[in-house]
Design a binder for this molecule. Sequence first.
Ligand SMILES: *Cc1c(COP(=O)(O)O)cnc(C)c1O
Length: 457
Amino acid sequence: MTGSGSDLDGPITRSLRIPQARNVVTEIPGPRSQALEHRRSNAVASAVSSVLPVYVEDASGAILVDVDGNAFIDLGSGIGVVGVGHAAPGVVEAVAAQVGRFTHSCFMVNPYESYIAVCEALNGLAPGSGPTRTALFNSGAEAVENAVKIARHVTGRQAVVVFDHAYHGRTNLTMALTAKNMPYRDGFGPFAPEVYRVPVSYPFRDPAGMTGDEAATRAIAQIERQVGAGNVACVLIEPIQGEGGFIVPAPGFLPSLARWCAEHGVLFVVDEIQTGLCRTGKWFACEDEHIVPDLMTTAKALAGGLPLAAVTGRAEIMDGVHAGGIGGTYGGNPVACAAALAAIDTLRTLDLARAARRIGEVTLTRLLSLQAGHPGIGDVRGRGAMMAIELVRPGTLEPDPESTRQITRACHRAGVMVLACGTFANVIRLLPPLVIDAALLDDGLEVLATAVDDVLA
Ligand SMILES: *Cc1c(COP(=O)(O)O)cnc(C)c1O
């Protein structure tokens, strides 16, 4: 099903600058990367760490080339950022052209057209049919902060409800919104107040047979008991949790929450920073359950690798904040806007939502057959090009972070970039560039399968 001539093969990858093939020529990390790692340790704050210290020299499509000449299959996309692939030709061209004209004016001082065009594009893509507005920022965390600011301002309420396993960023407010202590919160308090955490729907770990509706009832009961609906400005949720472990809620969970929010004047804010822009097979993951969020945050895949983030929402909410109440020096930088317009155009013209669905089918089949031979793979889950395995002690729910580490390391040594995630550090997640060709995806999955066979043998 993954042979040449499949939907994943095509002009996309044949036009790329670097051959789309894995090639390991040194130990990993190689000598040049090791030298840079040494230099780094004397210059870069040690708190900023890297998953795999191979230093990147070049990249194209789904291939990363390091300073030692090793070519890695990138099944992480720099945490889901380069959905359109590394150095996507359209993005490179648009950025180069914009850099030659002007790189900054500050939209809040002297505006420019591309900012409007990005907002128009997101407004057009966002779920729902009513009028929408968008504001642009620099990072995902900043977008989330602003969504909360807007929600509090227009509702006149303060409480923000978030979920177990949530990840929303590393700034003070978004640390408070994030669930996991190490490494995100430990020692960094005090945290922003009026943040309340309730259980999410986690089918693998919830009581057997618990439906999405029942999981929503559990969360809502806790909100009503501990916070009170009338105090809640917004419920903030990732439609599929990213850093928390690629947790796909049971069907019905999100719609039930959204319905409760609508009934109680609570804004339903969907964080699509990792799931958005075709990653899960639709423009936005919340579309799969026909959710129309009041506010939505996007970032990672929005600008093909340049820093850009957005809050998109219903016009009467977005326009409910006074002029100058949100913004920033760099938000909606013209180079990032040029990149975003090219990235969105690439996602659309190459139909990368469809590519994501095909990647999902191929990956799911492969991971399920792997699971059949390995009871240590407790769960296979995900949607589109956002798939994962959760590793446990066979026959239990007890997390197995050690095997997870060994498998990811083995993949890295073999030239495949994979990332771990999860509250229990026991999930291996795959989020390849959506332009990855069938043969390369196959090769990457084969390397993962071999690593699993070796480690879980
Ligand atoms: C990455 C991420 C963020 C934070 O984005 P930054 O650009 O790193 O600030 C917020 N929410 C989700 C769901 C994310 O995956």
